[in-house]
Design a protein around this ligand. Structure first.
Ligand code: IPE
Ligand code: IPE
Ligand code: MG
Ligand code: MG
Ligand code: MG
Length: 304
């Protein structure tokens, strides 16, 4: 198995993200049933959504944290892919007509547009179960660590405090006036929970101590918040060509977002604040973390 460039060599987050992508995609290709396997339509739909040019930010974050704590990518890769599976499932379901009703994702028609709604629902379901299977069957990890990772991921992806809970709150808040605390809770749950768990899993696999895990949790939480606030802003400022999804959709759906509630200028101030909190959290780690230090800037300044 090829390995991503070592942390001491690669300290720029952008380069690191790029260098991870091929490794993650190759492992996803091994883990996900090929298109010819029956039921072929389902597997075509899964692959349509997974191999469509996602940034692979969550799995790359797991690899970055794991490598900072001294693990090689072979021990990290399957859990990283499991998190990308959960993320892709969340996107497929997020785009459904009964949810955000989007027809463009990762630069191509959404899963339910290209296939049909039932197939898209099942593709999401299958990716979710394959994620947990992938961790449970990862022979490179002890059974204890596998069990811990499964629990962590289920908690972050589910309810009452994970991604599914956040998605429920997000839909419930459409066309309503909510306060800034409620908005932050939506963002923490629908997006930051999965990003935070990616960071935590990287630390857990490498046996980080309690103090380091606490620091990584604060880092991941703020990085996740930063990720969704910038997503809200890009929905206002970016183009479909750059983003690979339809801009202006949040305002049309009267979504509760940072620009809608705070205005664009205050949203930029929030980005600075959360950016600083993510950087500060790393002070709790007593080893070189140049790569992790460069990630918040990449997210704060992202254009897609
Ligand atoms: C989109 O996530 C959904 C959000 C949580 C904002 P990404 O911006 O990571 O989407 P991909 O994986 O690159 O397509
Ligand atoms: C979605 O937030 C977060 C998920 C859990 C998928 P958004 O609805 O803003 O994500 P996009 O903009 O459609 O990618
Ligand atoms: Mg949504
Ligand atoms: Mg959406
Ligand atoms: Mg969005």
């Amino acid at each position: 198995m090829t390995s991503v460039e070592n942390n001491s060599l690669t300290t720029s987050a952008g380069e690191f993200l790029l260098s991870c992508r091929a490794l993650i995609d190759a492992e996803l290709d091994r883990l996900i049933p090929q298109e010819a396997v029956e039921p072929a339509r389902l597997h075509r739909a899964i692959r349509w959504s997974v191999f469509a040019g996602g940034k692979r930010f969550r799995p790359a974050l797991l690899l970055a944290v794991g490598q900072t704590f001294g693990a090689d990518s072979a021990r990290l890769l399957r859990t990283a892919c499991a998190i990308e599976m959960i993320h892709t499932y969340s996107l497929i379901h997020d785009d459904l007509p009964s949810m955000d009703d989007d027809d463009l994702r990762r630069g191509r028609p959404t899963c339910h547009v290209e296939f049909d709604e039932a197939t898209a629902i099942l593709a999401g379901d299958a990716l979710q179960t394959l994620a947990f299977q992938t961790i449970a069957e990862d022979e490179g990890l002890t059974t204890e660590i596998r069990a811990q990772l499964v629990g962590e991921l289920a908690r972050a992806a589910g309810t009452p405090a994970g991604m599914v809970a956040g998605q429920a709150r997000d839909l419930d808040a459409e066309s309503k006036t909510i306060d800034p605390e409620a908005l932050e809770q939506i963002h923490l749950q629908k997006t930051a929970a999965l990003i935070c768990v990616a960071a935590r899993c990287g630390a857990i696999i490498t046996g980080a101590d309690r103090g380091e895990l606490t620091a990584i949790t604060a880092y991941g939480r703020n990085l996740g918040l930063l990720f969704q606030i910038t997503d809200d802003l890009l929905d206002v400022t970016a183009t479909a060509g750059k983003m690979g999804k339809t801009p202006g959709k949040d305002a049309r759906s009267r979504k509760a977002t940072y620009p809608a509630i705070h205005g664009v200028e205050a949203t930029s101030e929030q980005i600075d604040l959360v950016y600083r909190s993510a950087c500060d959290a790393l002070k709790g780690i007593s080893r070189p973390a140049k790569l992790l230090e460069s990630i918040p800037k990449l997210i704060a300044e992202r254009e897609h």
